[in-house]
Every structure is written in C-alpha cells, then in structure tokens.
Design a protein around this ligand. Structure first.
Ligand code: AMP
Length: 447
C-alpha cells in the first residue's frame, strides 16, 4: 500500500530578494553562486531585524535556512566593522571571540562552521571562523584559536575546557547564537550553559533558533533576551515533507523495514532507533537480509563518526542507522527518507528527526513504524504537533483487523478518558502508559 513518491521540487516562496535585505555585495555574490535565488521565509523575515541589532527568537521548520539567517548578518557586521577599523592601529584583543554560536552536537558545529566559511568566500579571508568540539585533539583547536577568532562555533563542554586553559575568552562577544536552542536550554546542558553565559558580556545581541520550542524553554528564554523580535514560522501545510505511519505486527518491524528499503530502492535512508546498541543489532539483522547499513551513535570515536557521516552525505553509505545525535540540524542534501524504527520518546525529537528529509523546499518522506506498543505514543506525538495521519499497512504484512479495532478503541479511551458508567460503583483505574515528556532527552549531551 505504499504509493509512488512525488519528486517535483517546490520553489521557496518569499517575496523579497537578498539585495533588498541590505546585505553587503560580497555576500550577495556568494549567494548567487550558491544559487540561492531568494531568501526563505525565515531569512526574509529575520535578517532585517538581525541586521538592525535586535534580539531574536525564531522558530521555523527544520531545513528552512536558519544557518544563513544568523550567519549572513553576523558576517555582514563583522566585515563592516573590520573595514571601518582598517585605518586604525591594530589593538591587541587577545584570544577574543566576536560572534559565538553554541550548538548541541559535534557534527553540527562542523557543519555550521563550514557553511559560514562558504558564505564568507568573497570576504578576502578577513573573517576568521573556528569550530571547536569534543572527541578530537584539543591542541589543534588551541592553535586555531591563537590571536582570537571572529566567529566561534562550539559545543559547550569543549568550549569550557578551552576557556579553563585560557585558549579563548568570551568577554568581547557581541553576538550570541543558540542554534537548536530548545536543546541547548534543556536539562542536559543547564550547568554548562549557565557557566558560559556568566562569562559573556551583558550587552550583546542574542539570537535563538529552533524548530521546536517547548513551553518550559520559552519561559527560560525570557531571561536571556532583551525585547526580542519573535518569529514563528512552523507550518505543516507549507511543508514539503510527507509523513506516513505504518502499523505493523509486533516482531515484524525489521522485516517490514527491509521490505520497504528493497521495494522502494531509496537512494538513501536514515533510520532512527533509541539506543546505541539497537543501532548495531538492527544493522546485523538487516545484513542478514542482504542490506548493508552503517551505524552512527555516541559510542563511536569521533574519527569513525566523521567518516560515517561524510560517507552518508556523499552517498557512499546508503542506509544509516542512528540515535538522536543525528536528529539535530544535520543537513544531508536531498535525503529521500527518514524512518522511525523506534519512535522518539520526546515529541520534539520527532520533528527534529523527520526534518533531516524534505529540507530547503525539497520533497521528503518520513515514515514511522508502529506496533501495538507504540500506538498510544504515536497519538501523543500527533496531538502535540497537531498532525493526524492515516494508519497505513504494508502489503504482505497486514495486521490483524480485530487487533487494530482493539487498538483504536484503546487509543480513543486513552486520549479522551471516559467517565466510569453511572452506578458502576467502582472508580476505573487508568491504565498505566509509558510517560512521554516533551523535554526529555535520550542521549547525554555531546561535549
Ligand atoms: P539550514 O536550515 O540552515 O540547515 O538550511 C537547509 C538547507 O537549505 C541548506 O542546504 C542550505 O544550503 C539551504 N538553503 C538555505 N537558504 C537557502 C536559500 N535561500 N535558497 C536555497 N537554499 C537555501
């Protein structure tokens, strides 16, 4: 019952051009080389305010061009400031940082720094950008930070290490960006983030970006921002990502997954599971069915992590099984499909996972495989994101109709608890269900 996938590429709809946003010519030249024909909606709405120095809290779908939204104004300001100061005698700024971008994972740090370097291609090397993250030698990063850097993209743990060895100072930061801000403000990063925020100057521009902003996080952001512009652009209608959910019999997920991969001959597939060892188990099971898959999780060394991700990005690896460390921000060009083999525990993570496909206006597909134990959990995810998907089945792997009816009844009852029948005399005990918390995180933070 799987249908053909439309491969038309919709255009990014936005009425302005990059030139009207007021960016300096070297950036405009680069954008036209990159074939960015017009700003995405988040870029069109946010760049003028960021250029004007305002604080910003921006929520927009994954893959909607958030990196350029903060990177272009940052490069614009830094380049203008350098040109203004060219005639002045150089001052010793020590191990300064002007623009600090904090991200939750190592791979995202590298990706964001690479994008910034690419946008800066025509700025004559005047803007220095450095990425620092754990899992690799600290010495190379210390060397790179000598004399300071205009832009630093960092994961919090490694940045704190570098600060404690005096390799870098944050007292000259003019702009702070929290990418994947909900993750950065969640429990796993609280201590590290507070320590870093205490080292930053009070007067600075602060920009928060994420595809999801759970309520608790929104409250925290108030303390960080000064009279911010708020832009919320999440929209499921505008999305080019098709979401589908397949009900499968318990114990048949691997068979269904293998069947879908073979049937659709996807050029690439990113499969999410909830635990590091599940990555390896699933890879072994797929191998027995003739499908070769690589794994990506936090127990792999950084060298292996980079090799696997590069291999997947350049298409050498076709099937990648990952934990949620791959869910955030990673930009894998034209990734045709993301599959939730295990459902993410947090509804926010569902959005981040599926957002690896259907990026920048490309058509994408997100499939979730649910067995009866996942049924309620998926309804909670739907409710949270206000999406309602038909429960489909895969031909050849049909689920017992009676079992489905029972599931639907159970699900309905759980979502809208019914009052006990009058006169029954007994209080109905609510059936215990797995607790789903919008803000829990499966993996320990990256350093
Ligand atoms: P991001 O949300 O920043 O990870 O961006 C997602 C993808 O969209 C990246 O591959 C960007 O290179 C691309 N992109 C960002 N802005 C534009 C634009 N205005 N036009 C075309 N592609 C873009």
């Amino acid at each position: 019952m799987t249908s053909a996938i439309n491969t038309d590429t919709p255009t990014i709809t936005s009425s302005s051009s990059f030139a009207t946003l007021g960016l300096i010519p070297p950036l405009l030249t680069r954008l036209s080389e990159l074939e960015y024909q017009q700003p995405t909606p988040i870029q069109a709405q946010a760049i003028p305010s960021v250029l004007a120095g305002r604080d910003l809290i921006a929520g927009a779908n994954t893959g909607s061009g958030k990196t350029a939204t903060f990177a272009l104004p940052l490069l614009h300001h830094l380049s203008e400031a350098k040109n203004k100061n060219k005639t002045k005698a150089p001052t010793d700024k020590g191990n300064y940082v002007a623009g600090l971008i904090l991200v939750p994972t190592r791979e995202l740090a590298k990706q964001v720094a690479d994008s910034i370097k690419s946008y800066a291609a025509h700025l004559n090397g005047e803007i220095k950008t450095v990425a620092v993250f754990g899992g690799v030698s600290v010495n190379t990063q210390m060397l790179a930070l000598r004399g300071g850097t205009d832009i630093l993209v960092a994961t919090p743990g490694r940045l704190l290490d570098l600060i404690s060895s005096n390799a870098v100072k944050l007292d000259k930061v003019q702009t702070l960006v929290l990418d994947e801000a909900d993750r950065m403000l969640s429990l796993g990063f609280t201590e590290e983030l507070s320590a870093l925020l205490a080292l930053l100057p009070k007067r600075k521009q602060t920009l928060l970006f994420s595809a999801t902003f759970p309520e608790q996080v929104t409250a925290l952001t108030q303390a960080l921002l000064n009279n911010p512009i708020e832009i919320q652009l999440q929209s499921s209608e505008a999305s080019t990502l098709v979401q589908r959910v397949f009900t499968v019999n318990k114990g048949e997920k691997t068979a269904v997954l293998a069947h879908l991969i073979i049937q659709h001959s996807w050029r690439q597939a990113l499969i999410f599971v909830n635990a590091k060892n599940s990555c390896n188990h699933l890879a072994e099971k797929l191998a027995k069915r003739g499908i070769s898959a690589e794994v990506f999780h936090g127990d792999k060394g950084q060298g292996a992590r980079s090799r696997v991700l590069d291999g997947f990005k350049n298409g050498e690896i076709e099937v990648l099984i990952a934990t949620d460390i791959a869910a955030r921000g990673l930009d894998i060009e034209k990734l045709p499909v993301v599959i939730n083999f295990d459902l993410p525990r947090s509804p926010a993570d569902y959005m981040h996972r599926i957002g690896r496909s259907g990026r920048a206006g490309e058509v994408g597909l997100a499939i979730s495989l649910i067995d009866h134990e996942d049924y309620h959990h998926f309804s909670v995810i739907e409710k949270k994101h206000k999406i309602w998907l038909d429960r489909e089945q895969v031909e050849g792997f049909e689920v017992d109709e009676e079992a489905i009816a029972a599931l639907l009844a159970q699900d309905k009852a759980l979502l809208k608890p019914m009052a006990a029948p009058a006169g029954s005399g007994k209080k109905k005990r609510k059936k215990k269900q797995p607790k789903i918390n919008a803000d829990i995180w499966l993996n320990s933070p990256d350093d």
